[in-house]
Design a protein around this ligand. Structure first.
Ligand SMILES: Nc1ncnc2c1ncn2[C@@H]1O[C@H](COP(=O)(O)OP(=O)(O)OP(=O)(O)O)[C@@H](O)[C@H]1O
Ligand SMILES: [Mg+2]
Length: 616
């Protein structure tokens, strides 16, 4: 698990390899110095219990003799040969101070370097995920909650990197500590070391066992908590039904059954959880007593100094910490790798709509042809566009009308390749649109929809979005033609007013006119209006209509409208229903078909009075 994580993330760490190595070296040094300084205990104890230079004579050999020599270095003898206690303590103090100072300097250097690596990797990873997201097709976004995707970019990236850096720190640093203490223990007494390790392993195993049990129990408890919530939620949101059927008591009973289960669950967990610590401690104490018993015997027999015994016991306690840290790493890694899986899923995703290689020409001389096009959204089996044939001629204004859900938006989404047809093909300039690369293909289209997004930027830049090198003059012209110039000038900072989430609020009609200005500035050969005039008051609608007329000159246009009054001068009107074109013709032609869908829609709208807007 760990290995896989590292290998996948390695490319993101590449620029920081040097820093990582340096950090690791400092990490090793810091842990080494930080554990070696415990050796100061040897001379301290020796002085305090007055063991002084009573080395055990010839009985200590090898490493132990070396340790003894090291300890003796700190012991200063007065002129009479007795121990100069102040002098010795001073030496020890210098040693302790020096080693701690060094340890902390190393620790700082290592931690800082690792922090740099971590933030750098976060940045690379975040950039890569965002870049990947930008290449993915619309369906990817629609299939997921936006909160989920945002959480990938924030929480998951953070989690992966902090897991990674802390695991590197732990895996490199802790074994050093472990090795230093273990070496000390082995030098002092091999037998005692083996017994200690055995007990340590046993206690570790025990902790693990308890922990997995607790984890499964906690998991179950979480479910129980969910059950409680869902009963409560049902009653709260369905309070009217509950009361009208007189079911209050029944609901309370249901709730109590769930809380009872939860109560039992918490009790069971507490039983195990609270047992862990005492059991562990008793085991440790038993081990401690065993070592003390055995070691004490060695001391009394003159095989070992008291200082060695004390150091051994302290080293044993210290030894457990790195072991525990490494074993705790598992839990963190578990979280980190779950986050990493989420990120890899994005990085491995393939866009469902892939670009071709041809450049699309801006000159549209041939009709756009929908050739037996069908399409269904991934989540449903029914076709949103169903075996549809349609030709859109150069420079004509084609209106697309039909009931809600007929597939109008889907049809134009297919044309700009937000999706690809499930079967059939769409031809443009004599080629399948799948042959074209995205940039030149999408440059052909200007799209104005009801839900125009304004970015958090000035109005000026919002109009120039996608056309960053337009001159201010051109932008003004576009805004004027879109009937937007006047209302923009009335805003607090005119064209420099900030729009978007944290900027000024624009009305639906104003936003649409900004969108029209945007499209005008882009000057595309093909225009698409989707619902451009729905939900507007009469005056806004007139202004928008006027703006649209300005935009239509010498262009091919597809205009989707709910209000039939607004599209009467379209060259042709296509009536869509259930994914198919069911009628086609001019307004008058369609209206003369008394049993047609267009006639029906038109009559309903006239009767409902929605047709209050005079045609422009
Ligand atoms: N992202 C989506 N996922 C699944 N189904 C969808 C999705 N978008 C639209 N649909 C379904 O596809 C069908 C056609 O939808 P579409 O939005 O093209 O209709 P429309 O003609 O534009 O309707 P309206 O006039 O209300 O805008 C509908 O049945 C709709 O429920
Ligand atoms: Mg629609």
């Amino acid at each position: 698990m760990l290995f896989r994580l590292y290998r996948r993330l390695l490319p993101f760490a590449k620029p920081y390899r040097g820093k990582m190595v340096v950090s690791s070296i400092f990490n090793i040094l810091s842990n080494f110095v930080g554990s070696v300084n415990m050796l100061a205990l040897l001379p301290i104890v020796a002085i305090v219990i007055g063991e002084s230079n009573t080395s055990l004579g010839g009985s200590v050999k090898g490493g132990a003799a070396w340790l003894q020599k090291f300890s003796n270095l700190f012991i200063v003898h007065g002129a009479s040969g007795a121990i100069d206690q102040t002098g010795s303590l001073f030496r020890i103090a210098i040693f302790v101070l020096g080693t701690y100072l060094l340890k902390n300097i190393f620790q700082y250097a290592s931690g800082y370097m690792m922090a740099v690596v971590e933030s750098g990797m976060s940045r690379s990873l975040r950039d890569a995920v965002f870049e990947k997201l930008s290449t993915l097709s619309l369906d990817y976004y629609y299939d997921r909650k936006s909160g989920q995707l945002l959480s990938r970019l924030t929480n998951d990236v953070n989690s992966v990197n902090s897991t990674l850096s802390s695991s590197i720190m732990t895996l490199i640093g802790q074994p050093v500590q472990f090795a230093v203490f273990l070496t000390g223990m082995i030098i002092i007494n091999v037998k005692m070391t083996i017994i200690s390790l055995f007990i340590a392993a046993l206690s570790l195993y025990l902790v693990r066992l308890f922990r997995t049990t607790i984890k499964t129990m906690a998991h179950r408890l979480q479910h129980l908590q969910g059950d409680i919530l869902s009963v409560a939620q049902e009653m709260i949101s369905g309070v009217k039904v509950v009361k009208s059927f007189g079911m209050e008591r029944y609901e309370v009973r249901r709730f109590k059954t769930e809380t009872e289960k939860h109560y039992n669950g918490t009790r069971r967990i507490a039983r195990v959880r609270l047992l862990t610590s005492p059991l562990n401690e008793m085991l440790a104490v038993l081990g401690f007593i065993g070592i003390l018993w055995f070691g004490g015997g060695e001391v009394f027999a003159g095989h070992m100094t008291g200082a060695f015994l004390i150091y051994f016991l302290v080293a044993l306690i210290q030894l457990m910490q790195p072991v525990r840290n490494i074993s705790d790493l598992n839990t963190r890694l578990y979280e980190g790798s779950a986050a990493a899986e989420n990120l890899f899923a994005i990085l491995d995703a393939e866009p469902s709509v892939k670009p071709g290689v041809e450049k699309a020409s801006r000159i549209i001389e041939q009709p756009i042809v929908f050739d037996d096009v069908s399409f269904h959204y991934q989540s449903v089996t029914e076709n949103a566009v169903d075996h549809l044939d349609l030709e859109i001629y150069p420079n004509e204004v084609l209106a697309l009308v039909g009931p809600s859900g007929a597939g109008k938006t889907t049809l134009v989404d297919l044309l700009v390749r937000f999706y690809d047809p499930t079967s059939g093909r769409i031809m443009l300039g004599g080629r399948d649109i799948r042959d074209y690369e995205f940039e030149s293909l999408r440059a052909l289209f200007g799209i104005v929809t009801q839900d125009t997004l304004l970015f958090h930027d000035t109005i000026l830049n919002n109009i120039a979005y996608g056309n960053r090198d337009a001159s201010t003059q051109m932008i003004f012209e576009a805004a004027k033609a879109a009937n937007a110039h006047n209302f923009i000038l009335q805003m607090p900072d005119g064209y420099d007013t900030l729009a978007g989430d944290r900027g000024v609020r624009l009305s639906g009609g104003q936003r649409q006119r900004i969108a029209i200005a945007r499209a005008l500035l882009k000057d595309p050969p093909i225009l698409i209006f989707d619902e451009a005039t729905s939900a507007l008051d009469t005056e806004s609608e007139m202004l928008v209509q006027e703006a649209i007329q300005n935009l239509l000159h010498h262009r091919t246009a597809v205009v989707i409208a709910h209000r039939l009054s607004t599209i009467q001068q379209a060259d042709r009107i296509a009536v869509m229903d259930k994914g198919r074109i069911v009628e086609m013709g001019s307004h008058n032609e369609l209206l003369s078909q008394k049993d047609g869908l267009y006639h029906r829609l038109y009559t309903i709208q006239s009767r409902a009075g929605t047709e209050s807007v005079a045609t422009i």
